[in-house]
Write a protein that binds this ligand. Structure first.
Ligand SMILES: Nc1ncnc2c1ncn2[C@@H]1O[C@H](COP(=O)(O)OP(=O)(O)OP(=O)(O)O)[C@@H](O)[C@H]1O
Ligand SMILES: [Mg+2]
Length: 370
């Protein structure tokens, strides 16, 4: 039976007494439901691997507690924590056949030969490698996706309470990644093991996770379902990490309105779409944020349009994406606009006008983006 996995006020400081201590985890608190597939997402160096290693007991934490159900695991040694882990570089043993690769952890535990056979056969069936097991080659005789399955089988074979997957798909090509992430979700749901899946790929996290946490510089920025994070991001960083957000330099002119710099365009947002610090003064420099589908290209110039030049047009199937450069912007960041239909009279290098779809944009503090 799966239990809750709870992190309470976790701090991890590497080299605390040196000149340059690294605060890799900073007051991390959250709880994962029994049987949940939980994604940990964040840029390189934000502390994802550190949190997984701390969970497995491979890294001691500076302060805080990790609980499994009501049991405090913080001081339990790694070999007593029943945790399966697939590491960031999932090195299989090249000199052993795949049966022995998977059986290894059971042999270390001195399990009976008959039970080892039973378990390895069962877990290889679960990960879809029954045929390969009959051949039983060394890992070098398998494709990348098959090797990945062996690594997952190896972590699952001793029936762990918790499964930790650290960027398990990083070495696979794009198509296989998409296929394997569905496979991982299938295997996880079949076993119902409480699982943390680490990735820095937002599309992967959104596709695979029941819920996700966005980590930045050791701090949890937001936790929620893909939909909650996409439609209701708590700050500029999360908004641009989960999906694309276009940022317009702007000046705060009312409690929920901003004037886009170098234009006359004033944007009024719904109060619940403002992410500004309370009491921010009028005249402050902020960002107006809009997702590609929250902007549109229009033919007529008006007080609400911004002049731009089309750079690239891409058909993406369901939508057509127009990358445009604002004519008067200081920065050369392109804005992305998704239109539901191809605009037959708009070509690359054409001058166009863009506009915010009513009520859709967000307001963000300017310092928060990076
Ligand atoms: N053993 C260590 N000693 C000192 N600093 C470390 C150690 N391990 C990690 N760090 C630092 O802690 C921070 C978090 O590292 P971590 O490996 O958890 O990042 P990550 O989110 O897994 O990144 P990536 O996506 O690149 O794998 C980084 O700044 C890293 O340099
Ligand atoms: Mg890592």
């Amino acid at each position: 039976m799966s239990l809750n996995l709870t992190y309470s006020k976790i701090h991890k400081i590497f080299d605390p007494h040196s000149k340059n201590p690294v605060h890799a985890l900073n007051d991390v608190s959250f709880s994962i439901e029994p049987g949940e597939l939980f994604c940990l997402l964040g840029p390189s160096g934000c502390g994802k691997t550190t949190l997984l290693r701390a969970t497995a007991g491979l890294e001691t934490i500076t302060s805080g507690h990790i609980l499994y159900g009501d049991t405090d695991m913080t001081s339990i040694p790694p070999f007593r924590r029943n945790i399966g882990m697939v590491f960031q570089s999932f090195a299989l043993y090249p000199h052993m056949n795949i049966f022995e690769n998977v059986a290894y952890g059971l042999r270390v535990r001195k399990m009976e030969e008959k039970e080892i056979r039973r378990r390895v056969t069962e877990v290889m069936e679960l990960v879809g490698l029954t045929e390969e097991l009959k051949r039983n080659p060394s890992p070098t005789g398998l494709s990348g996706g098959q090797q990945q399955r062996v690594a997952i089988a190896r972590a699952l074979v001793y029936d762990p309470d918790i499964l930790l997957l650290d960027e398990p798909l990083a070495n696979l090509d794009a198509k296989l990644r998409r296929y394997m992430r569905a496979e991982i979700r299938r295997i996880q749901k079949a076993t119902n093991i409480t699982t943390i899946f680490v990735t820095h790929d937002q599309e992967e996290a959104m596709a695979i996770g029941d819920r996700l946490a966005v980590l930045r510089k050791g701090v949890i920025e937001q936790i929620g379902t893909s939909d909650e994070l996409y439609t209701n991001p708590s700050n500029a960083f999360v908004s641009n990490f989960i999906g694309k957000m276009n940022f317009f330099n702007a000046t705060l002119v009312g409690s929920h309105s901003a004037k886009i710099d170098t234009t006359t365009v004033v944007v009024d947002v719904k109060p619940q779409r403002s992410r500004l610090n309370a009491g921010l003064a009028r005249g402050s420099e902020i960002f107006v944020g809009a997702r590609p589908e929250q902007l549109e290209i229009v033919e007529e110039e008006s007080e609400q349009t911004i002049a731009a030049t089309v750079q690239i047009i891409q058909h993406l199937g369901q939508v057509v994406r127009y990358e445009v450069l604002l004519d008067k912007a200081i920065s050369l960041t392109t804005m992305e606009i998704d239109m539901p239909h191809y605009l037959s009279n708009v070509r690359e290098q054409d001058s166009v006008f863009i506009r915010f779809r009513e009520g859709m944009p967000f307001l963000f503090n300017r310092e928060e983006q990076n």
